[in-house]
Design a protein around this ligand. Structure first.
Ligand code: BEZ
Length: 211
């Protein structure tokens, strides 16, 4: 059965370009992004892993460890990593997990047989420090993911984990947020000293509380 939000992210041990990884131990108290790509030495995947490497500072700032995975073996990953670095002018420092036995792919339901019998689709899981799954997205092989969107969602997840707010459509760091529907407007006015704007009784905005 596929994994759902709030489920515990399955633990595993796998070889990677950074040595053996015990997943939960590797994440420690960090957030994690585990993302699959269909195959090594393919063009879209080469750009995705390059983009992730170039955004390392952004992931670090948010306390997030990225891990890529495909069903290709470790020697293939090691060779391909050089191509990723060369073509994206980057240095891949995050682990690329080898999953030739499809252990991770099976645990995370990353093979969708009607899309491909053999290769993983572009699955992405954001995992919180409690090891629970906070977000899943699935793209087909032909569409590269938007890693700015991944960072934007992580900003929302980290904000809403700690404050009684939700983030509206297209929200970006620094913009007003929505007061949780569970809080009355009277309580919200006490809780959010920067102010509460009531558009409708169920739609109240407040400035982002953690900046
Ligand atoms: C790619 O990464 O470019 C790719 C991989 C599998 C199918 C189609 C594209």
């Amino acid at each position: 059965m596929s994994l759902r939000l709030g489920d515990t992210a399955p633990d595993f041990t796998a070889q990677s370009t950074e040595g053996e990884i015990k997943f939960h131990e590797y994440l420690g108290d960090s957030w994690g992004v585990l993302f699959s790509h269909p195959a090594d030495y393919t063009p879209v995947c080469t750009t995705e892993l390059g983009k992730t490497a170039l955004l390392k500072g952004e992931f670090d700032k948010r306390g997030v460890k990225a891990l890529a995975v495909s069903v290709d073996p470790l020697d293939s990953h090691l060779g391909w990593k050089n191509d990723i670095n060369e073509t994206n002018n980057c240095t891949v420092e995050f682990p690329i997990l080898a999953d030739p036995e499809r252990n991770i792919a099976t645990l995370y339901d990353m093979i969708h047989p009607n899309a491909s019998e053999k290769a993983t689709v572009r699955s992405l899981f954001v995992i919180g420090p409690d090891k629970k799954i906070k977000l899943t997205i699935t793209y087909p092989a032909s569409t590269g993911r938007n890693f700015q969107e991944v960072l934007r969602v992580i900003d929302s997840l980290q904000l809403t984990a700690n404050h009684s707010v939700a983030t509206p459509a297209d929200w970006k760091q620094g913009e007003d947020v929505i007061v949780s529907p569970a809080i009355s407007t009277a309580d919200a006015i006490q809780k959010f000293p920067k102010g509460v704007k009531e558009v409708k009784p169920y739609l109240r905005y407040t400035p982002q509380p953690n900046i």
